[in-house]
Design a protein around this ligand. Structure first.
Ligand SMILES: [Zn+2]
Length: 226
């Protein structure tokens, strides 16, 4: 799930007002320390949300998007590094990062691509599909389509064939628009889905590994072609 940059700014202002600036300073300092400073890599992975921004939640299965995105991103990092790709992570713990933190970090790494890992959310426990988002058509479209093709191979959580899909679409996120390299937001699965909730919370990490594997396929297909 992604939200507009403007909401993020407004939330920061509220924090600043309510905590007399002290909390805001602490949050910004945490954000700066969270990143792998000086990292140079081929791929930047951005685990969506973090810290005070939980993202979507599946209360029934005790799942929080910020934790699931980091779990998948770490598994994906291991897969890519095992294949010889240097990876930089926007966060490796539970840090609060603004969209500005994320794209500024990505731009400092010299990476070829940026993939932001998310899970989608709905108030309805039924929907579950995979999709990817792009910012600038010319910059991001091919990466978004290739990562989408990889995700589309994911088995459906209910065991019937592969995941439902929604065609990649445009989304005005600073992470996409202000990053220098091709970038995409991967809305991998619906964390709010009952079927996904059962798999993601089974304690084995198998579903998270499956999602990481599908992302690896798309990322490596893209890198192989460039
Ligand atoms: Zn999200």
């Amino acid at each position: 799930m992604v939200r507009a940059d403007l909401l993020k700014v407004w939330a920061s202002l509220l924090v600043a007002v309510s905590a007399a600036g002290v909390l805001t300073v602490a949050v910004l300092a945490t954000g700066a320390e969270a990143q792998e400073t000086g990292c140079r890599g081929q791929v930047v992975l951005d685990a969506g949300h973090g810290g005070s921004d939980s993202g979507a939640v599946n209360a029934r299965y005790g799942l929080v998007e910020k934790e699931q995105t980091l779990d998948v991103a770490r598994k994906l990092e291991a897969l890519l590094e095992a294949d010889g790709h240097a990876v930089c992570m926007t966060r490796t713990g539970d840090e609060t990062l603004s969209n500005n933190d994320r794209y500024a970090y990505a731009n400092s790494t010299g990476a070829e691509i940026l993939v932001s890992v998310h899970m989608n959310g709905s108030s309805d426990p039924a929907p579950d599909y995979t999709t990817t988002l792009f910012g600038k058509w010319r910059k991001d479209k091919e990466l978004a389509l290739t990562v989408f093709d990889g995700l589309s191979t994911l088995p459906a959580a209910d065991g019937a064939g592969t995941m439902h899909t929604r065609a990649p679409y445009s989304f005005a996120s600073g992470v996409l628009l202000k990053s220098d390299m091709p970038a995409t937001i991967a809305e991998t699965v619906f964390i709010t889905s009952d079927a996904e909730g059962r798999l993601l919370s089974d304690g084995t990490g198998a579903r998270q590994q499956q999602i990481a594997g599908a992302l690896r396929t798309g990322i490596e297909d893209y890198l192989d072609a460039h």
